[in-house]
Design a protein around this ligand. Structure first.
Ligand code: 6PG
Length: 237
């Protein structure tokens, strides 16, 4: 695991924006397009804002294809929608090539199947999709995307996208599966806040039980990068 620690969430967000731009330039230069998966939640919002403000003319946005790692089962204009957060912070402000939204408003299984088909159409092969960059967060409980502890999606290896019932949240989420995330060219965790210190220490330095700390299942061929602020890193030795 590559771990970098920043003095503040702002410095983390600035660094994440730089990495995003570097990966975009590399992918577009080599493959003519940048297929990137955005994280939901609150931590990446600042990074998206910096990309919209400072990178509008420094990324070839028309060659960028935006995807989502997970979505809540709500309509796209709902305050809980990851799409809405990303749209307001970034997508409305740059001439993006194509946004591939998870349809949280559909019945969850239908939304998952539709998104898997969209990925298969985009990547056009039976092999696992090779996203250029996947951004992830992690929760206070060690979940990532919508791969929550003790949930059925953790055991899924033959699907790219699933509907994942999360009993403790009394809801169902739509999420990419572990094999898809681990097939990415690059995976970056953006993690800020003291509440994350415990799971971060267990995942990076402990012997985590993946059913308890699903983020520990994320082990792509190219080592993942954990970008932490000091608070989230405070449990590391
Ligand atoms: C979601 C996210 C989820 C998120 C973590 C961290 O839909 O909630 O995809 O995996 O990354 O919950 O969330 P915060 O950044 O808000 O702490």
């Amino acid at each position: 695991m590559r771990v970098t620690v920043y003095d503040s969430p702002e410095e983390l967000a600035q660094a994440a924006a730089r990495e995003f731009a570097a990966r975009a330039a590399e992918a577009i230069g080599e493959r003519g397009r940048f297929a990137v998966v955005l994280a939901g939640g609150s931590t990446p919002r600042m990074t998206y804002g910096i990309l919209a403000r400072d990178y509008r003319d420094r990324i070839v946005w028309k060659d960028v294809h935006v995807f989502f790692g997970d979505e809540r089962t709500v309509p796209p204009d709902h305050d809980d929608s990851n799409y809405k957060m990303a749209r307001e912070a970034l997508l409305d402000h740059v001439p993006i090539g194509r946004v591939h939204r998870m349809q949280g408003e559909l019945p969850p299984d239908e939304a998952a199947e539709a998104y898997e088909q969209e990925l298969r159409d985009f990547f056009g092969s039976e092999d696992l999709p090779g996203f250029d960059l996947i951004l992830l967060g992690t929760g206070d409980d060690g979940h990532t995307a919508s791969l929550f502890p003790e949930t059925s999606a953790l055991e899924v290896h033959d699907r790219w996208v699933v509907a994942n019932p999360v009993l403790k949240l009394e809801t169902t989420r739509i999420t990419l599966t572990v094999p898809v995330i681990n097939a990415a060219r690059a995976v970056y965790f953006l993690v800020a806040g003291e509440g994350k210190a415990g799971p971060v220490a267990e995942i990076l330095e402990g012997d985590p039980d993946p059913r308890e700390y699903p983020a520990s299942l994320i082990q792509p061929a190219n080592e993942p990068t954990w970008m932490l602020d000091r608070a989230a890193a405070s449990g590391l030795t």
